[in-house]
Design a protein around this ligand. Structure first.
Ligand code: SF4
Length: 424
């Protein structure tokens, strides 16, 4: 497909959607009461840009992925909700580029209002560009039916690592097998369950059917939920074989993106040997995101999270030897002002003992107390002083400055993990 800057220049494909097309764009200039309008497309996405300010992004099935409007970024969740990500610069911050974000999930009524706004933007684009194939799928997309179909296959996805927001999530387990950490409320109401092989195979089949052409815009497989990789090794091997088998029959899931499987793992629920980890890597397991939270035993005890700095370091050594990539996740601000020094120094020391490489990534999650959580009650009882958001940011920067690793591309990246920006 060639590119052009006037609608009349385009010789459009009309029937097969955008698969196989390299991409292109159309632009319609600003007119009387009309914004500048630009339509861009490639096999992974369609973008509609109004006056360079409002950007709507759709996946290949026409599903709205995100849009920017009214100074915020908005993301549509698969379950029909919409997340507003509000950029919040703290003018008191005596630090360069100290940006915070707030996340607000809309109710379904407000989401409906946005669906209507998107519909109007698409109608305007059709009127100005004509029936272009890049607009076909977004225009005929049924938001409500899509959300219902999603919820008939998936449970709402509670959390993912930031670089996995666009993965194909496959839910092998439900809930968390441990479920006792005081700060975590993701799975508190759930009883842990591992899907039997036939049920999981059916889930993978339905999930890949549901995404269909959208798989072209998805970035690999994430095996959920919580510590799904903590299940017995034979069950995990069988699950990885099912993922391979079903995706191999799916033309949209082209290799190598879908040959690699990522997942969360806690640091205490498995005592696999090196050989077992190697076999899992050979079966497709690729990167594990490790919820470590702190290098301080006192903080871990307060969080009621089993494990220790030694155990975390040992696990990373084992996983690296097995050829897996790792993503240690630590929090800043946990343990309040009272444990701040100990938490900072022992967490930095723990990370510095790990044999991390450029392909690995350290995640720093700035803690926020979940209202009504056990952590909140225990902190209050202990007379603990909570760290402010700015205090957490300062601690994140201190932690980063204490790490011995070379900066990328010679060492692991260090990235913020902001749960406020997540919706699947
Ligand atoms: S192990 Fe992870 S998922 Fe389970 S309760 Fe603790 S933090 Fe939450």
């Amino acid at each position: 497909m060639s590119t052009a800057n006037r609608p009349e220049d385009i010789n459009c494909p009309t029937s097969e959607g955008l698969a196989g097309f390299q991409g292109g764009f159309l632009e319609s200039p600003r007119g009387h009461h009309q914004p500048l309008l630009r339509l861009e497309w490639d096999p992974q996405k369609t973008r509609l840009i109004r006056d360079r300010l409002e950007v709507l992004t759709f996946d290949p099935a026409g599903r709205l992925f995100s849009f920017s409007a009214q100074g915020s970024v908005w993301r549509r969740g698969m379950d029909g909700r919409v997340l507003e990500i509000i950029h919040d610069h703290d003018p008191r911050a005596d630090m360069p580029a100290c940006n915070f974000h707030e996340g607000r999930v809309t109710g379904l009524e407000e989401a409906e209002k946005w669906h209507h706004w998107v519909g109007k933007a698409l109608a305007e684009a059709r009127q100005r560009f004509g029936p272009h194939p890049a607009l076909e799928a977004p225009t005929r997309f049924d938001w409500k039916a899509d959300a219902e179909a999603f919820l008939s296959i998936f449970r709402p996805v509670g959390i993912l690592p930031p670089d996995q927001y666009r993965a194909l999530v496959l839910q092998l387990t439900w809930g968390c097998a441990y479920n006792k950490c005081t700060f975590c409320d993701f799975f508190k109401k759930d009883t842990f369950r591992l899907k039997p092989p036939d049920e999981f195979r059916e889930h993978v089949r339905r999930a890949t059917d549901f995404f269909g052409p959208s798989l072209r815009g998805r970035k690999g497989v994430f095996l959920g939920e919580a510590n799904a990789v903590g299940i017995p090794t034979p069950a995990l091997m069988e699950a990885l074989a099912i993922v391979r088998e079903v995706l191999a029959g799916c033309p949209e899931a082209e290799p190598p993106r879908f040959e690699k499987v990522c997942s969360f793992l806690d640091t205490f629920s498995t005592d696999r040997t090196l050989e077992e980890w190697r076999a899992l890597r050979d079966a497709g397991l690729d990167r594990l995101y490790l919820g470590m939270e702190s290098g301080s035993s006192r903080v871990l005890k307060f969080l009621r999270k089993p494990g220790s700095a030694d155990l975390s370091v040992h696990l990373v050594e084992l996983l690296k030897k097995a050829g897996l990539r790792v993503g240690p996740i630590v929090m800043t601000g946990v343990g309040g002002l009272e444990m701040a020094e100990e938490h900072l120094h022992e967490t930095a020391a723990m990370l510095n003992r790990m044999p991390l490489e450029p392909e690995d990534r350290i995640y720093v999650s700035e803690f926020m107390t979940v209202p009504g959580s056990e952590y909140e009650t225990l902190a209050r009882q202990a007379g603990m002083h909570e760290m402010t958001r700015m205090g957490c940011r300062v601690q994140s920067r201190q932690l980063r400055s204490m790490l011995k690793f070379d900066p990328p591309p010679h060492g692991p990246a260090v990235a913020l993990y902001d749960v406020r920006q997540f919706i699947y």
